[in-house]
Ligand binder design. Structure first.
Ligand code: SAM
Length: 262
């Protein structure tokens, strides 16, 4: 059946068997519950099924594709015909899920941020195997002191370990996107820095990285009344730039900000 891809829903379907195999080989899923985000016409779903998971849930926003999936897989998968940004994933199952997603590029960082921010103590997933635009993936995995390092690297690093698995060329998709993609594997951190409100981390990193070429003095003065004393407490040289501070330091600064505000 010919499916006219909808650009607005980021529909670039994976057609490369080698890549599809590599994606499902990233983690062990036999007897595990799997959640796939944006299954499209079910290309990746077919490869997931071959690995004998215990159960597969899929979330697909496109009504037309949801019907096609129902027809193609009948009782083999549970279809949630909805917007992933509006779903409470922690309500899907009592078991921890392994998540796959060749994510729509236009909302990929929004999906990841939503998941990270909404996790309290309990992770609803065991592993995330997600595809991003290569340029976005590079920002997610970036270490401090590099030009790709920024808000997204710090947020991802807060609760997750991240590893790049493979880069994927445009010819592996139909229609071909204009850019390369990368597959990332995320696993929950056993311990992560407790903050009162993720919004404070977002706000502080926004202030720092919106002026990434400026010395730390400027954002420090914007965030803290007693900037010099706080820099001294954490042994931070205010002549450095935002990219020179490790993620851990940002978490400590946010905690300090929260404590000062009471
Ligand atoms: N997994 C398929 C594959 O690899 O061939 C399709 C991937 S395609 C890049 C992204 C899929 O996500 C599309 O099927 C699209 O309809 C779906 N999608 C887009 N926005 C969505 C949303 N907000 N919630 C759920 N699914 C969405």
């Amino acid at each position: 059946m010919f499916i006219k891809p909808k650009k607005s829903l980021g529909q670039n379907f994976l057609i490369d068997r080698n890549v599809l195999e590599q994606i499902v080989d990233t983690v062990e899923i036999a007897n595990k519950e799997v959640l796939e985000i944006g299954p499209g016409s079910g290309n990746l779903t077919t490869f997931i099924l071959k690995k004998n998971p215990k159960k597969i849930y899929v979330i697909e926003k496109d009504d037309e594709l949801a019907l096609i999936l129902k027809d193609k897989f009948t009782n083999e998968i549970t279809i949630i015909n909805d917007d992933v940004l509006k779903i409470s994933e922690d309500k899907i199952s009592n078991e921890k899920l392994t998540v796959f997603g060749n994510l729509p590029y236009n909302i990929s960082t929004e999906i990841l941020s939503k998941w990270i921010i909404n996790i309290n103590n309990n992770f609803w997933f065991e592993k995330l195997v997600l595809m991003f635009q290569k340029e976005v993936a590079e920002r997610i995995v970036a270490e401090s002191n590099t030009s790709n390092y920024g808000r997204l690297s710090i947020l991802s690093n807060w609760k997750l370990n991240v590893k790049k698995i493979i880069d994927i060329k445009p010819q592996s998709f139909s229609p071909r996107p204009k850019i390369d993609s990368s597959l990332l594997l995320f696993t929950p951190k056993e311990n992560f820095f407790e903050l009162k409100d993720a919004k404070n981390l977002e706000m502080i990193t926004r202030i720092f990285f919106s002026q990434r070429r400026k010395m730390l003095k400027k954002p420090f003065n914007q965030v803290f009344k007693n900037a010099k004393a706080i820099a001294k407490k954490f042994n931070i040289d205010l002549n450095l730039r935002p990219q020179n501070l490790e993620a851990e330091i940002y978490f400590k600064l946010v905690k300090e900000f929260e404590n000062l505000r009471g």
